[in-house]
Design a protein. Sequence first.
Length: 393
Amino acid sequence: MPQQEKCANKDLLQVSLNQLQVGMFVAAIEKNGKINLSTPGRVQSASAIAQLESKGIQQVWVDVGRSSESCHFELPEQPPQKKVTEQTRAQRINKASLMLQEAKALTRKVMDDIYGGKAIDASEIEDLVERMIEMVLQDADAFKYVSALRTKGAYLFEHSVNVAFLLVAFGKYLGLKKSILAQLAIGGIIHDVGKAEVDDLILNKPGKLTTEEFEHMKLHQTFAEEIMQEAKGFSKISKDVCLMHHEKLNGQGYPRGLSHDDIPVHGRMGCIADIYDALTATRCYKEAMSPSEAFEILQGLAPHHLDAKLVRKFIRCVSAYPIGSLVELSDGRMGIVWETNGREARQPIVKCFYSLKHHRYVEVSMIDLKKSELNIKRGVSPYTIDIDPTPFF
């Protein structure tokens, strides 16, 4: 309510009527939980206080700065400020880093099992997935920290982990049950298992694939179907995420050319998460896009390839400027999106450290875009700049 917002001004103090003094400036009166701002003014006499009391007023809001200097205020004891401290942030990053390393190791084991001709087993993934889900449920930004820790050298493994985290976060946003989140996460971990059978020279080619090479690459989904036939303990949802993430609503995807109702919601979610993470990662043949650039691509692929409603919801879930992403502000400074909780997408706290305008480092400063006249000009891909932002994270 607007009136309550005004009363949240740092110069306003809630005062009980028995503490109200002559000379205090009453900005608002409160009765039965309702705030009235219609008659602000300085208390001129004791009779004015008595008149308020006769009307059943018990609390008033006093503007300390506009009150007489002779007034004595008993300021309430301030509770410890609840914010993300450096230590808390470091703990969150460390937790995300440990989870990422463990998940990458598990994904590598899954691929090694396939290389060795061994059937993969869902039970070997379930414990990790349970902890991934708890991490996301406890910390809404957990998946953003994991994504921000991406490195250049381990795309296949990190991509699988990131897709799993994205699906858990997206599923949570959509209100899906925990049991469904687990199946989505497992699907994310295994969604690229077919690439274990792809020729390494094609998989890691640092350039555009020829038509023949692309047709071979597409076979990874055919290989995945064969692998999943031998796999143990995987639910239909997990298998669908794995086998449908290259299908398109218009029926022009692969491997089965499914369309519309043939692709369930979890299959459509897998398509979106896979494309988004691929776009925002550096590959052997391309640099990473910023989240906002990737969102434009996703929107362009709807409704013929992707589900338009789900794309819109995914964008709201992830945010155009997630924690750890780089942005350029309207004054030319670049910084890391530092905090987003409870904020509009374009009003995060940004840790600025470099001027793109003058091409030099600047004094590190935290800019709260909720309070600043500055705004976000654009998202910046870390691989389009000649400096390493990692030390400032």
